[in-house]
Design a protein around this ligand. Structure first.
Ligand code: DGP
Length: 113
């Protein structure tokens, strides 16, 4: 299912033209418009789920993690990268279509802000 008001659904369907780093029948990955590191990609399922809490497909969860691995490899950062899923506004979620961030290319501090 897609949500016609969702920007990530429009990206996944091709309605908003975006260069994909990876593309499978289940998910796509692409560069974040507001990068927080030299490399900052997003992995999103083609199907709309508002947040991790709504993502009820365990097989798809695994595929999205595989997408993070493979995207990091394609970006050339597979030795050092961070994968983040923000869930809820206070945790920093701004787009309500579940997505994994993959960040790398610089030292990343812990804990995050
Ligand atoms: P979050 O704050 O965890 O919900 O992350 C949403 C990210 O999505 C944020 O880093 C900016 C990015 N983003 C929002 N709109 C667009 C868009 O239209 N294109 C791309 N490439 N990234 C977007």
């Amino acid at each position: 299912m897609t949500n016609k008001n969702c920007i990530f659904c429009k990206i996944a369907s091709g309605e908003i033209k975006t260069d994909f780093i990876m593309e499978t029948e289940d998910y796509v990955s692409f560069n974040d418009v507001n990068p927080q590191a030299p490399w900052h990609a997003l992995i999103i399922p083609r199907e709309h789920f508002s947040s991790l809490n709504d993502l009820n497909n365990i097989e798809l969860m695994g595929k999205l993690l595989e997408g993070a691995q493979k995207t990091a490899e394609k970006l050339g950062i597979k030795e050092n990268y961070r994968t983040v899923i923000n869930t809820g506004r206070e945790a920093g979620q701004t787009v309500f279509h579940v997505h994994l961030h993959v960040l790398g290319g610089r030292p990343l501090n812990w804990p995050p802000g």
